[in-house]
Design a protein around this ligand. Structure first.
Ligand SMILES: [Zn+2]
Length: 768
């Protein structure tokens, strides 16, 4: 071996140099209180070889550390509750004392009695454990949560304080260290691969400009924090099954927001709380907030509450628990996105963001310890109260039926996952010109899941506020386009006496996949010519295109129907002759600025020669502007504050009352058109997000297939101005061009992958 002192000197210098130029790694006591810790439990730093906050942990590292903690600590039971699309494990670290672990199942059952109105009154609350569920980073690029979860996991495993021991004695604390492993891992790879040795925090660095689609979403580019009610994804299905297994008293949901903010915790804006959520829930949330304030004050961090964020849509992690006797709490930490970033509040390091998440994890634990009795009473009373509410409600339940067995079982499967009970009718029943045959399903409101049943079935048209952070309607039977009616006490309905639990099945996707796999091999289309059409599908993805909307379409075609689909990146599409490999091209909402005149000309040729272009939402605007389809959009005239003259405003750009955040509208379907094959009635509920309204087409070769009715509002918030624009306008049109065609969906037919009623319409468009 050659011994070279000069080389060694250089290496030593570099090691020294690199060390001092990194952002200084923090001590463990920067994050955690200085109490005694069990030295046989490795700190995250001892396990990883670096301190939390220095690098973004990958999901594999997180899993490995959780396993090590569970191996060494008798306070922990580690449970894999499911797997993600990318086959990553979804973990629960279940903490309680070693003595309690010996009776864990008995303790869980004892806890569940709080939710049973028949027996909960006689329950000894002192012998009933509280369940706290702490969850992190459902948006993968809001990574301070999952990194903080590692420290929380260590703290509860190794901490020797009286408070920890008392908490574990009286309760079961479940840490769900990462709600979205696929997104977290994608993001960690991005920021770690761009980290400078000299961490600079300049917002222009590529570290802070994630490549499309970014780490926020799951594998199919869905926002998992909208899926708690819809249950389209394995992450959500596992989580909700687990939720009902434990029925926690408190569930937390740690997020990040814009970098220039501080720290938010619920309660949110009072007028934007879902009216189905009890006021007591909000009061207790505010009592718990006193602990967050205390902990954040102690470390000098700023915060706010009752502003900006709502508590409205039950498909979110902090709101779903509110319909289930629990307290859901949203936390939002100003993001550093990468390892360090300049913000309006000065230079902020990733470690700072993590520290606030740790502080509010610990404050929640202290709140649970000190408010134990009142939280248990709240849960018990919630279920006693829903019994009363059900008795007082003039609506007694809902009846539904559909001839489409696959659709029915998919719907039933969804209700079953939420543990909703049903009864069956024993005689034919007619209401609102619909005949429900004997054996139809009846969902009584008088059940534990009263609030969930209500929110899933009710149509909502009155609102306390006109501004929505997200959708304002999610009426599931409308999403499934099912016949359903509200049942009141005056309805003479004959039903079975027993309330049954739906069995969870997994047959659905397979049934449909088989159906379409057969169809794709044999389909004969005979509109003009008898030809066998096997779809060769491509979808444009990438910069400027909605990842959510393309993701929903990718998921529908690939996962639900099991058909091949090619995702062409918009950067790769330019000047290519690739289109000829496909007969169907899908363009979801997006700007499509990347496509130049050559690409547009190629697309036109391709359509003339038999290609089929399917456009949705804002992609329609692009297609119309480029002359790919002869459509125009309605313009809203507004007064220009500067000139005083009227001018056209194309869309509502900000969060205001003119936004359609998501609502449901009635359309009338043209059943004679081949695009509507398989639909049996003209009524079709369409989910609308955004303010795009088509003018009546002037060209004779354009067929209107869906049209909003004259009184279209079914459920959700819409301003009167928007409603006037929607009325009677086209919602789905098709134009033939040469041998090809352009199909235009004003609304996304497969919104969030759950708009079941539109699946067939979308697939018909592909197969047409
Ligand atoms: Zn978030």
């Amino acid at each position: 071996m050659i011994y070279n002192p000069r080389l060694i000197a250089i290496v030593l210098y570099m090691i020294f140099y690199l060390n001092i130029s990194y952002a200084q790694p923090k001590d463990l006591n920067y994050y955690l209180p200085q109490i005694e810790y069990d030295s046989s439990i490795p700190t995250p730093e001892e396990f990883l070889g670096y301190q939390i906050g220095e690098w973004h942990i990958s999901h594999d590292q997180l899993v490995a550390y959780c396993k090590e903690l569970a191996r060494l600590s008798d306070r922990i039971a580690l449970k894999e509750i499911g797997r993600t699309h990318e086959n990553r494990p979804l973990l629960n670290l279940i903490y309680t004392t070693p003595e309690n672990h010996k009776n864990l199942e008995a303790l869980r059952k004892q806890h569940l009695k709080l939710c049973d109105a028949e027996i909960s009154k006689s329950l000894d609350l002192n012998k009933t454990p509280l369940v706290l569920y702490q969850g992190y980073s459902i948006h993968g690029n809001e990574a301070s949560g999952s990194n903080a979860a590692m420290l929380n996991a260590y703290y509860l495993a190794a901490g020797e304080s009286k408070a920890i021991k008392s908490l574990l004695e009286k309760s079961i604390v479940i840490i769900d260290p990462c709600y979205n492993p696929d997104g977290l891992n994608r993001f960690a790879t991005w920021v770690n691969m761009h980290k400078n040795a000299n961490v600079i925090g300049d917002e222009n660095d590529r570290e802070f400009s994630e490549e499309w689609p970014g780490g926020r979403t799951n594998h199919y580019w869905f926002d998992l924090n909208r899926d708690w009610l819809l249950l389209v994804h394995p992450e959500s299905r596992a989580r909700i099954k687990n939720f009902h297994h434990w029925k926690p008293n408190v569930l937390t949901d740690h997020h990040e927001m814009g970098k220039n903010s501080t720290f938010f915790f619920q309660p949110g804006v009072p007028s934007r709380t879902n009216p189905n959520t009890p006021q007591k829930n909000q009061d207790l949330t505010e009592d718990i907030a006193q602990y967050h304030m205390k902990y954040l004050d102690a470390i000098g961090s700023e915060y706010f509450m009752k502003k900006r964020y709502d508590d409205f849509y039950y498909g979110k992690g902090s709101t779903y628990p509110d319909a289930n006797g629990a307290i859901g709490i949203l936390f939002e930490q100003a993001s550093t996105r990468g390892h360090k970033q300049e913000t309006d509040n000065g230079m902020r390091e990733f470690s700072f963001a993590i520290r606030n998440q740790v502080a509010t994890s610990l404050s929640t634990q202290e709140a649970c310890l000190n408010m134990m009795t009142v939280l248990k009473e709240y849960q018990r009373d919630f279920y006693l109260n829903v019994k009363k509410e059900a008795a007082d409600n003039p609506t007694k339940g809902y009846i539904f039926y559909d001839d489409d067995k696959t659709k029915m079982s998919s719907f039933i499967n969804k209700l079953g996952q939420h543990q909703i009970l049903y009864q069956k009718t024993t005689a034919d029943f007619a209401k609102e010109q619909i005949t429900y045959p004997s054996g139809s399903y009846y969902i009584p409101l008088d059940q534990k899941d009263y609030k969930l049943v209500k929110t899933i079935f009710e149509k909502v048209s009155t609102f306390r506020d006109s501004i929505f952070y997200d959708v304002s309607a999610w009426t599931l039977p409308l999403a499934y386009d099912l016949s359903y009616s509200e049942i009141t006490s005056s309805d003479k309905l004959k039903i079975s006496t027993k309330k049954n639990q739906f069995l969870r099945t997994n047959l659905i996707d397979k049934t449909y996949q088989k159906l379409y796999a057969e169809r794709s091999d044999t389909l004969v289309y005979s509109d003009d010519n008898n030809m066998v059409v096997k779809p060769k599908i491509a979808i444009l993805v990438g910069d400027g295109i909605s990842a959510y909307y393309t993701g929903a379409m990718w998921h529908t075609v690939d996962k639900r129907y099991g058909l091949p689909i090619t995702k062409i990146d918009i950067h790769q599409f330019k000047n290519s002759k690739r289109l000829n490999k496909y007969n169907t091209l899908i363009m979801a909402s997006g700007r499509y600025n990347e496509l130049d005149s050559t690409s547009v000309a190629e697309m036109k040729d391709w359509i003339q020669n038999g290609g089929k272009l399917i456009c949705e939402g804002t992609a329609l605007r692009w297609a119309a502007k480029k002359g790919l389809v002869d459509l125009s959009f309605k313009k809203r005239m507004v007064k220009d504050p500067k000139t005083g003259k009227m001018k056209a405003m194309s869309t509502a750009s900000s969060r205001n009352a003119q936004v359609i955040g998501g609502a449901i509208f009635a359309t009338e379907m043209n059943l004679d058109h081949p695009l509507t094959e398989g639909y049996t009635d003209t009524f079709y509920p369409s989910f609308k997000k955004g303010t795009h309204f088509l003018e009546e087409p002037t060209k004779a070769d354009i067929k209107v297939i869906l049209r909003y009715t004259e009184n279209p509002s079914l459920s959700g918030y819409v301003s009167n101005k928007n409603l006037d624009m929607i009325k009677g306008s086209p919602a789905l049109v098709m134009q033939k061009q040469g041998k090809g065609k352009v199909i235009c969906f004003v609304d996304n037919p497969v919104f969030r992958g759950y708009w079941y009623g539109g699946f067939r319409l979308f697939m018909n468009a592909i197969f047409l």
